[in-house]
Design a protein around this ligand. Sequence first.
Ligand code: PLP
Length: 380
Amino acid sequence: MKRIYLDNAATTPLSDEARAAMQPYGAELFGNADSRHSFGRDAAAALASARARIAGCIGAAPEEIYFTSGGTESDNWALKGAAFAKGRGRVIVSAVEHPAVYESARQLERLGYPLSVLPVDGEGFVRPQSLADSVGEDVVLVSVMTANNETGSIQPVRELADIAHSCGALFHTDAVQAAGSIPLDVKALGCDMLSLSAHKFGGPKGFGALYVKEGVRLETLHSGGEQERGRRGGTSDVAGACGTAAALEAAVARMREESARVRALKESFVRRVREGIPGVCVHGTLDAERTLPGIVNLGFDGVTGEEILFSLDLAGVAASNGSACSAGSTAPSRTLLAMGLSPAEAKGAVRFSFGRGNTEDDAEEASAALKSIVERLRAR
Ligand code: PLP
């Protein structure tokens, strides 16, 4: 059976560029980048080059890039590191943040940092005015993601960063879904910190980076050796860094062409679904200016996302919902609830995310499979 992968927002396959870049750093160039002999120097040189190349992809200086174990660690470090360094103060996050940000903010709240959660509109966008209404001198940190993992909505990051700065707060953005899909420039975004995760753009799993603007103070969360300029201890993952640099550079180099191609696939899929199936709605928007190319979140009247996903999987089509599964029960997505959906509507949602490996045939075959599944489920 042919399998169709429409879950690129969950993870992506390793790109050829990343695989080739990582290959020598397993057995051949295995040195510890902190060793003083030639093996170590080779590793350190590769690490420095990867750092500079990743920095170059987002308009940062190499010294502003810190390597981490992925988006989750970058987000945790940005929020807790900045809050701990600033001392007591209020934290503001949006209602649609990934759990890596949201739960970090909730933990800070339990530790005595008051938390304000910004609402979003029906399409999942944070209105700058709601941040302007919420900020004050007591705020130490604002964190709003660059683009949402469930709906693809791109937030007005620059405006939000300016508002945060107007009251002296730091601004962090989780760019995990945006990186490799839309242009990112830390200066144009105006952020103090930005999180990246390699496996979302063809890099290895378990590797990420945090951009920290020069001069921003962050408390260390990983105490240990002097790695990452003494701010994050632990032996450096040289292969991960090289794979990430290669994957990000390749994604940026083909971004213009690939984004247009992937967006066209998504739009073709949605058109086919809407033509073939009544009672379908888009949660969020398809507006090309304000959404990531590959992500669309669809709701189907009268059936749950779980049922659809189960049947799609049997038909070889991999998609997802944004819900957190815990103890066997699936909670409705916090993001969709924040957008004003009822719990029942939120449970009916399915996220399809297109990527580099997808073709027009995938869009056609997946929409046909979806049509027969929804018809069958509705006919029960
Ligand atoms: N932030 C966002 C927006 C994400 O979509 C994800 C992963 O799904 C993460 C953070 C976590 O990244 P990682 O899987 O590298 O820990």
